[in-house]
Design a protein around this ligand. Structure first.
Ligand code: GAR
Length: 203
């Protein structure tokens, strides 16, 4: 199966959904490592419960953002991933990381990009008065949520939505999209700008 490393910073419900999917050999992808930017988070608990090895690479342990980014790339590289999935990872991936894993790192974002990029996609959509928002999967490039879009799913905003209620509704469809698309990419490769990238072993 295609080897996945998942990057997490929080609850890890998207990771949990991938871990639920990967036991089926027909899925075509397996989470072989989980890397976090902080200890003590739900995502690491999900990994441990599934018997998947973890690593924590904290910015505070390094003298600069560049050194942290290089250490993150090294920690991910230990697991020899075919694809990297950023699932609720709340840091920008830098030059060293992208030199190694660019073109094979996927991110999921809780808004319909190119609208509402950044760390507060749900809050910003509400503040902007959006009536429809959703989730986007895209390839990571050097910008903030600017890489080629792979899939999107829409969610209606209701009048009484708070950031929390809206984000929970987004996350339900986001998880389903992530699991479906990652599996498809593992099995069939990914076409971006008319070119098919097929990385890793096929189940
Ligand atoms: C997800 O909604 C993801 O799109 C978002 O964080 C949530 C993580 O949930 N990511 C970002 O906002 C990145 N800018 P999870 O930890 O339960 O998977």
């Amino acid at each position: 199966a295609v080897r996945l490393v998942v990057l997490v910073s929080g609850t890890g419900s998207n990771l949990r959904a991938l871990l639920d999917a990967h036991d089926d050999p027909a899925y075509g992808a397996r989470v072989v490592g989980v890397v976090a930017d902080r200890p003590g988070i739900g995502g690491l608990d999900h990994a441990r419960a599934a018997g998947v090895p973890t690593a924590v690479v904290q910015v505070a342990d390094f003298g600069s953002r560049e050194e942290w980014d290089a250490a993150l790339a090294k920690a991910v590289g230990v697991f020899t991933p075919d694809w990297v999935v950023s699932a609720g990872f709340m840091k920008i991936l830098g030059a060293a990381f992208l030199a190694r894993f660019g073109g094979r790192t996927l991110n999921t974002h809780p808004a319909l990009l190119p609208s509402y990029p950044g760390a507060h996609g749900v809050r910003d959509a509400l503040a902007g008065g959006a009536r429809v928002t959703g989730a986007t999967m895209h390839l990571v490039d050097a910008g903030v949520d600017t890489g080629p879009i792979i899939a999107q799913v829409a969610v209606d905003v209701t009048d009484d939505d708070t950031e929390e209620t809206l984000h929970e509704r987004i996350k339900v469809v986001e998880r389903a999209m992530l699991v479906e698309k990652v599996g498809r990419i593992a099995r069939e490769g990914l076409v971006v700008d008319g070119r098919r990238t097929r990385i890793g072993a096929v189940a």
